[in-house]
Design a binder for this molecule. Sequence first.
Ligand code: NAD
Ligand code: WQD
Length: 340
Amino acid sequence: MNKVVVTGGIGYIGSHTVVSLIEKGITVVIVDNMINSNINTLDGIESITGVRPEFHDIDMTDGTLLHRFFDLHKDADAVIHFAALKAVGDSSQQPILYYRNNLFALINLIEGMQKHEISNLVFSSSATVYGTPDFLPITEDHPTKRGMSPYGNSKKIGEEIIEDTVNSAENFKAISLRYFNPIGAHPSYKIGESPNGVPNNLMPYVTQTAAGVRKELSIFGDDYNTPDGTAIRDYIHIVDLAEAHVKTVERLLEDQQKSNFEIFNLGTGQGKSVLEVIESFERMSGQKLPQKITDRRDGDVEQMYSSTERASNDLGWNSKLGLDEMTSSAWEWEKKNRKI
Ligand code: NAD
Ligand code: WQD
């Protein structure tokens, strides 16, 4: 049976991926310091899969602790590295915190893996590395740009660190996954997204507004050059995204790579506007969402959506779930989580 270490495994994307891995019969070991997550997520994972994965409360910026961890798990076949701080605005206020956390954790991880001869790494990257797109849909060959925030830049630098490592070591292989906008929750509604504090992202802000936790949703700009004037993104269901990680691990373990460092975009290929997301949410939930139009948010891109060609052809992965399934599952999770 294969064993996969999942860092950040009780976070939003990590927990859904852990479920998909366990359902494939893979043994999962989680490393997370709970800086942006809750230990109760393990109960959700156990209740869905019947398996409670081994959990280690480790701050990955502590290399000594991480090395000790790998001494126990040197038989791991691969690592999926989700652990990072991810709040874009916050990263501009506290750049060193973000660079320190995201880059020290990655460097310690790679050192630990190399010392213990674990050679397969999956990295959580982001479509933010493309900056303002030069063309649409965005392919993996689209140029990357200096991140518009320290957070985004930590992803770009992270990819470069990994690429240099792969180029320097014959037996180190990696796949970087550039996520577009993951939303939604597991259909059991036992795990989902529950950000700490005021949400930065659209979907949790929508569900929290509908739940009465926030007064109203601000729509950041309706004067974009798009059909309804609001900005367009490629929203991807979290369960589809989780499945893509299983395919990625299989590709590494079965030596199917074309090169030792590969990059895949993970999106649906469908751009949806903020108003389309709200329309879907209101229709699926039966809730009228208090909302107002405000100025554009600094640093926001007008539109971005992914080319799905490479993920479909090489990874054998295609998204299956649509926007209605995303908004309805996000709402069901919000209600269940808040006991509404
Ligand atoms: P999340 O905050 O829910 O999960 C990240 C997890 O990492 C958390 O459980 C946190 O406690 C843990 N963590 C952070 N720093 C750590 C450290 N030093 N040591 C140990 N654990 C640590 O975020 P998510 O949405 O699940 O994102 C997962 C990954 O995907 C991140 O790398 C993020 O940058 C990337 N990503 C997310 C999105 C998105 O919209 N959610 C989009 C693109 C990329
Ligand atoms: C989506 C759309 C907003 C909130 C961010 C990161 C990116 C990636 C995903 C990690 C935009 C609009 C939002 C609100 C709104 N994360 N919006 N009112 O900005 O595409 O990407 O998360 O890597 O790096 O930058 O996602 O969910 O914040 O916004 O109108 O209250 O919703 O303007 O058009 P974004 P988002």
